[in-house]
Design a protein around this ligand. Structure first.
Ligand code: PMV
Length: 334
């Protein structure tokens, strides 16, 4: 049983979405897959190919890990731990998602399971690799165990896992990976939008030193009602430009969104300089996702431009590629 889930790009409104403002995101043609089959022994084995993790666990060992992670998260919520001290190792996110899923459904594993995951979505770069991997794992398990889940169930299971990493997740990554396509997300409500007709280019500026949870915690300290209103305005302007396929207005909204991201301190200086150079070439660009509060890498950067910016990016040692919308979302691979 193999499930597949797309990554995503937040086109407008990241961070503000955590504080109840609208955001627009698009599922992209980069995928995470998870497959599940029966284990010969009554163990759960993890084959997490991207992080080269291969190990068998008893369900009781996994449950002990899950309880430890929940304790860490509670300490984070009380201000006794930083978000980086909740999940300590990269395999723990998938292990938590799997165990929590089995426990929440009160599923008594009568035989073991082998879970294998792989992601072509760069990890920790704002492209939704965690959400896609969590959803693909849950979908593959649910199908393997013949359990039907509602959309809300997928999202609630996913959110409980993602919160351990984001601190408090808005849920936008999970929603867009689940549905596919392009959507506006606002306080739990999803409105489907036409995918952009203009080309979107992607530059991966590299894996940020800080993770999403650290950025979200930082933004909580600096965000104001005034800034949130500004974020909401750029997202409304972006949506208008998208609906009218008006590239000039889309570009202006992206530039304004970039300035707001600079104001909340999630755009490294090196990336700000690169974006200024792109703007001089007639492009509009912004970081997508959490960005970074340390170091000079910011993860995914989107560019909207009438001219192909690939050659210019290469002169600045950045690889640039066109990215397309995935319209199908979470599914079983044929
Ligand atoms: O994890 P990332 O880099 O895709 O960021 C998620 C987007 C945020 O708005 C920063 C957080 C959230 O939960 O919406």
């Amino acid at each position: 049983m193999k499930a597949i889930a797309p990554g995503k790009l937040i086109l407008s409104g990241e961070h503000a979405v955590v504080h109840g403002q609208p955001a627009i995101a698009m599922a992209v043609d980069r995928y995470a897959t998870a497959s599940v089959k029966q284990h010969a022994r009554s163990l759960v084995s993890f084959d997490l190919l991207n992080i080269k993790y291969h190990k068998d666990h008893s369900i009781s060992a996994l449950r002990a890990l899950k309880n430890q992670l929940l304790e860490n998260y509670e300490a984070f919520q009380k201000g006794e731990k930083g978000i980086k001290d909740v999940l300590k190792l990269p395999m723990e996110l998938t292990q938590f998602a799997v165990t929590n899923f089995l426990d929440k459904l009160n599923h008594k594993l009568t035989s073991g399971m082998q879970i294998k995951t792989h992601s072509e979505i760069p990890i920790g770069c704002g492209l939704g690799s965690s959400a896609a991997t969590i959803l693909a794992s849950i979908h593959a398990m649910a199908n393997h165990l013949n359990i039907e889940l509602s959309e809300e169930s997928y999202l609630n299971h996913g959110l409980e896992a993602e919160n351990l990493q984001h601190g408090r997740s808005s849920g936008i990554d999970l929603r867009v990976s689940y549905h596919g396509g392009c959507l506006q997300y606002h306080n739990g409500t999803v409105d489907k939008l036409q995918p952009p007709k203009f080309p979107i280019y992607l530059v991966n500026t590299g894996s940020p030193k800080s993770n999403t949870g650290e950025c979200v915690s930082h933004v909580k300290q600096v965000i104001s009602e005034e800034l949130l209103t500004e974020f909401a305005k750029v997202t409304t302007a972006f949506k208008q430009g998208l609906l009218e396929n008006d590239i000039a207005n889309v570009q202006q909204a992206i530039k304004n969104n970039h300035q707001l991201l600079v104001k909340i301190g999630v755009v490294p200086e090196a990336i700000q300089s690169f974006i200024s150079m792109l703007e001089q070439q007639g492009c509009a660009a912004k970081l997508c996702g959490a960005g970074a509060v340390h170091g000079d890498k910011g993860g995914a950067l989107m560019i909207v431009s009438e001219q192909d910016p690939t050659a210019f990016c290469e002169t600045k040692s950045y690889h640039c590629e066109l990215i397309h919308c995935d319209t199908d979302g979470l599914r079983i691979a044929s």
